[in-house]
Design a binder for this molecule. Sequence first.
Ligand code: NAP
Length: 241
Amino acid sequence: MRIDLSGKTALVTGGARGIGRQVCLRLAAAGAVVIINYAKSSEAALSLQSEIGQNAGHAAGIFQADVSKEDEVRAMFDFIKKTYKRLDILVNNAGVIKDNLLIAMEQSEWDKVLNVNLRGTFLCSKYAAEQMMANKSGRIVNIASVAAVKCSRGQTNYAASKGGIVSFTKACAVELAPKGILVNAILPGMIETDMSARVRKRAGDAILSAIPLGRFGDPDEVAALAVFLSSDLWQSKSLAR
Ligand code: NAP
């Protein structure tokens, strides 16, 4: 069974690097027109845009916006509405870590992580849902983390943000399902990206021994699931029978 997203438009936040990059590549390969959101990585976004243009046979868009800032998020969704006329898929992938022990944690470290991870997911979902409601269909996929349920030292801010995303996802799913918009979350374990590089270097062997597969996850494995959840495949009649 092949996933066909032809005619669909998809926004991936933090799409220029890591897991988000793989999500963009897989969505484009499935036929979707992808808008790559980035905050700082303009070169990586441009390079991915050109890679998708060459390989997928259709152009990708890029848009710089800090997902924690409402005016920038609003401008991004205005751009999508004006340029593409519709939005079918949102992957809330943008995220940051700022680890510190609780008693040493600065309010700025708490706020940064909560603002990008949780507020960013809220803002993008809000503006996406508004556009999706017009078509009575849509898919929102939130990249949470296993940290939402299995917590590590030094990650009170990150765990709170990801736990918040899990609850937010459930509440959105209840509210938006009657409008034809399906909302899901993915809780990846440790994946080989820039975000986990320092921890993998410092405690890699100890972490690996606790992973039954004996290896870290590949960003493309998360992307495959994100694209599956963005599709109609998992709720098609043939699959349900
Ligand atoms: P990464 O390689 O560090 O990439 C993070 C991405 O988030 C970048 O594309 C970055 O864009 C974007 N971003 C950060 N702040 C942003 C902002 N204010 N506005 C818009 N985009 C912003 O990390 P990753 O591992 O791919 O993480 C992707 C998601 O997976 C995150 O939500 C993370 O929490 C989650 N996750 C990761 C792991 C893991 O082990 N790696 C495990 C579980 C969950 P710029 O470079 O343009 O700033």
